[in-house]
Design a binder for this molecule. Structure first.
Ligand code: 13P
Length: 255
């Protein structure tokens, strides 16, 4: 089955709304429309950049999709500091990163929270980018498959096959994030293949439609080799997505 590649920029805690505007304009200028037709190009900015990105994407008809990096599962209420799925949907956000390892490790997000967030994103008619991945110690102890398998089953519990087919999963080994130690294309394929196999066991052929990204020190120079894996359908890019020329090169090298 052919799956449309999906390249997503995860800016993390970087860029003001003014920086975001400049980035979108530069990326638009740098990328050919063709490249963006062959792949989904997603920008996941901090909450404070989303309204600006929405406006410029729509007014200049930029072929980019808008993404957020987090969400809370309640729609509204006394939850100071949180942002809900309906608030994101109202800004035409299409993708929401859920369960990034930084949120799990720094902010203590549990598998249970991640599952609730997946549900909230789906209820808002948006697409979760469900992040999973093992630490270096877990890999060395031979526990990588068990860890990823646990995160996948917790994150997709109770979903329908149709919902799973529409999901994006990002395999991000924690030891490769921000370290410059990219997984080998073979490692990336092995783990993305494992994830598709887990989804197939639970949800049948719907797993063939799920798009699975690799993330962790993706750069223009390693994108093509990583994307060669049969089960690698895209990349979730941190550091290299901050520069519009680097991110444009990643998109070009992926399609
Ligand atoms: P880096 O590309 O900076 O390693 O970050 C990867 C990541 O965490 C994307 O979500």
């Amino acid at each position: 089955m052919s799956r449309k590649p999906i390249l997503a920029a995860n800016w993390k805690l970087h860029k003001t709304h003014a920086d975001a505007l400049q980035f979108a304009q530069k990326l638009h200028y740098t990328l050919e429309r063709d490249d963006c037709e062959r792949a989904d190009v997603v920008i996941c900015g901090p909450f404070t950049t989303l309204r600006t990105l929405q406006t410029v994407i729509q007014s200049d008809r930029m072929p980019f999709h808008l993404g957020a990096q987090n969400v809370y599962w309640e729609d509204k209420g006394a939850y100071t500091g949180e942002i809900s799925a309906p608030m994101l949907a109202a800004l035409d956000v299409e993708y929401v990163i859920v369960g990034h390892s930084e949120r799990r490790e720094i902010f203590g997000e549990t598998d249970e929270w991640v599952r609730r967030k997946v549900d909230a994103v789906l209820a808002g008619d948006m697409t979760p980018i469900l992040c999973v991945g093992e630490t270096e110690a877990e890999r060395e102890a031979g526990d990588k498959d068990a860890k990823v398998s646990r995160q996948i089953s917790a994150g997709t519990e109770g979903l329908t096959p149709e919902q799973v087919g529409g999901l994006v999963v990002a395999y991000e080994p924690i030891w490769a994030i921000g370290t410059g130690r990219t997984a080998t294309p073979e490692d990336a394929q092995e783990m993305c293949g494992l994830i598709r196999g887990l989804l197939r066991e639970r949800f049948g052929d719907a797993a063939d439609a799920t798009r699975i990204q690799y993330g962790g020190s993706v750069k223009p120079g390693n994108t093509e080799a990583l994307m060669a894996g049969a089960d690698v359908d895209g990349c979730l890019v941190g550091g290299a997505s901050l520069d519009p020329e680097d991110f444009a090169a990643i998109v070009r090298n992926a399609v």
